[in-house]
Ligand binder design. Structure first.
Ligand code: DGP
Length: 115
């Protein structure tokens, strides 16, 4: 069950500041407050979904498509197209601390290779 008091909901409402990397009608991407890589950015949908399965089961397909396009736009803006990890911690056992679906983009080098 989604709780509107979670910290990412507050960020989306503008109640907590963030360092935005990318933003559009469907997603917000911002730097993680406690980075664990040289580049550590979170991407969240603007809709209310608790985790990856809530999102993939309940978000309209066009919302899901727009989310992944937002992830791609963020990766390209960061310049890490060929060197990043994408992580979705799911459940408290895996360390999911914010129950608003999010993916972590983590990269230790900025390296873009044309191919
Ligand atoms: P997870 O453990 O997967 O739920 O990741 C949640 C991440 O959110 C964690 O790496 C720290 C980050 N975080 C928590 N509160 C804030 C905040 O207020 N601002 C920002 N930018 N990041 C936050």
């Amino acid at each position: 069950m989604y709780n509107k008091d979670n910290v990412f909901a507050k960020i989306l409402r503008g109640e907590i500041p963030n360092k935005t990397v990318y933003s559009d009608d469907n997603v917000l991407a911002f730097y993680d407050v406690a980075p664990r890589a040289k580049v550590h950015v979170l991407v969240i949908p603007r809709g209310e979904y608790t985790d990856v399965f809530d999102f993939t089961q309940n978000a309209p397909v066009e919302v899901q498509t727009a989310f992944w396009q937002g992830v791609r736009n963020t990766v390209e803006k960061l310049g890490v197209r060929n060197n990043f990890r994408l992580v979705a911690n799911t459940g408290h056992g895996a360390g999911q601390s914010v129950m608003h679906f999010h993916v972590h983009i983590m990269s230790d080098e900025r390296f873009v290779e044309e191919f």
